[in-house]
Design a protein around this ligand. Sequence first.
Ligand code: DHB
Ligand code: FE
Length: 286
Amino acid sequence: MGNVIGGLLTSHVPGIGGAIARGVEKDPYWAPFFDGFDPVHDWLAEAKPDVAVVFYNDHGLNFFLDKMPTFAVGAAASYRNADEGWGLPVQREIQGDTALSWHIIEQLVADEFDVTTCQSMLVDHAVVVPFQLCWPGGNAWPVRLVPIALNTVQHPLPSPKRCLAMGCAVGRALERWQGPERIMVMGTGGLSHQLDGQRAGFINQTYDRFCMDNIVHDPDALTRISALDIIEEAGSQGVEIINWIAARGALGEGVTERSRNYHIPISNTAAATMLLTKEPAEAMAA
Ligand code: DHB
Ligand code: FE
């Protein structure tokens, strides 16, 4: 069974939430980014996902430097947002899906990915900004959430290869899921950006385009350099691409790029959005 219908890869710049709060999505600065969500809204209206499995990185809200899991899976009944920085108003709670969370956790551990399990978890802009982008308007969120956090904050970081393998293991778990839910996958963050230090404002379009051009059909190409080399190429926060890599793994076979948007800059970031859809399982079996 398992019903993965597609995935969204998107930047999670907190200022996007501030722009939504101020209603300035159509302003010349913001429109080139927000317009990239028109095809996403069309797809969501057709595809009607029930659950979002979201690969993201916590930025010091739920995990801090004193306790930093490499990979953590949420198994909470609901997820509170408590990240009001950068002009981003605190967002309403998101419902969890504990049955699917525990299924993923059991399958990951059986597959020898020894993840941290979180029965209570706060989520920051890396989850709520993509949710706001997908489902604007302030109504109750139409999907339940399974959050999977990857450490991009404190060294040593997981290797891109390991992140892809972990994402693939989540994909196998989703294939074995017997429930009727329509499941979408998200990977948030990136693309190239660096928020502080000597290279603050650093962006590398060549590397970003390489990632976007290869992530669908050759995700291994993104894993041939180490996390430290990604920082060299994409800036110290550009390493958030590992969330995209894991999400791509979870989508498995039969993935098509349905839309893409790339716009520089949004805040300090090369902002990118890719919508990937999955062929239905029956079509792949035929
Ligand atoms: C910005 C980008 C991020 O990914 C983040 O977590 C915080 C800030 C930015 O470009 O402003
Ligand atoms: Fe970030």
